[in-house]
Design a protein around this ligand. Structure first.
Ligand SMILES: [Zn+2]
Ligand SMILES: [Zn+2]
Length: 251
């Protein structure tokens, strides 16, 4: 069981429960520190993120919960900041930096929506070369190193979401490895922390967390700090961490 879960979503973005419902669930699950990290605003896709005008009530509402549950659980008002988010990142207690889109040809292509969308974007923009696409993804991930307020890198290898059993590409391919290592090195240099994110596990996409074990080992060997994030969009999955994952990642 984890004591700290720093990646959760509420009704302020694409979650299904209020901040207080998330807090009460965290309490009942024995979590001692809960970070609420709703999605930062992206003007080109308003479907899933927090409205700019909602930030002040978000901070106020979570602020009131901090007081109400003082002594029982530590609560933080964070944000999951997309590389292309807009607004005041400094308004939050902390920021997780994430890449959810590839920006190509003036389009923003979501990387975690569906495998068919990724495959067609690969045909359209990368001549069908999947490693050119994954390289673009990791170039964007590396750019998170340049956002000083970002302290945690969210789901570092989200691009593998639809790659269970290496359906789309072998992760051992040298081009893929070179791409993620470049991003990892840039982020390590700026002392960013990385999260162990189990979101795709409890949603049934992957049997392993982000990042993959070999990526985790690479980061760990270079002194990376890690946080835990369930990426919960509902109360029941807060702190989700199967015992075998806990053991494998030495959490
Ligand atoms: Zn995310
Ligand atoms: Zn998230």
């Amino acid at each position: 069981m984890v004591e700290s879960d720093l990646h959760t979503h509420t009704l302020y973005s694409d979650g299904s429960a209020s901040p207080e419902e998330m807090v009460r669930s965290a309490l009942s699950l024995g979590v001692k520190k809960l970070g609420i990290s709703d999605h930062g605003y992206t003007s080109f896709d308003e479907s899933y993120c927090m409205k700019k005008s909602a930030v002040s009530s978000y901070l106020r509402e979570i602020g009131a919960l901090k007081e109400k549950y003082k002594g029982e659980i530590e609560i933080l008002a964070g944000v999951e900041w997309d590389l292309f988010s807009e607004g005041d990142i400094k308004a939050f207690d902390y920021a997780i930096g994430s890449v959810h889109y590839l920006k190509v040809g003036g389009e923003y292509i979501p990387v975690d929506e569906s495998p068919s969308l990724l495959v067609s974007a690969c045909e359209k923009y990368f001549s069908g070369d999947f490693y050119a696409l994954t390289d673009r993804y990791y170039q964007e991930v590396a750019a998170l190193a340049e956002i000083p307020t970002v302290s945690i890198v969210g789901h570092f290898d989200l691009i593998k979401k639809f790659n269970e059993k290496e359906r789309l590409f072998p992760e051992s391919d040298p081009r893929y490895v070179a791409s993620w290592k470049r991003a990892a090195d840039a982020l390590l240099q700026k002392r960013k922390a990385f999260e162990i994110n189990t979101g795709a596990m409890h949603r049934g996409y992957l049997s392993t967390p982000y990042p993959s074990k070999n990526v985790f080992e690479y980061l760990k060997d270079r002194g990376a700090k890690f946080t835990f994030g369930s990426d919960s969009h509902s109360p029941s999955t807060i702190g989700y961490l199967p015992p075998e994952t806990e053991k494998e990642y030495d959490l």
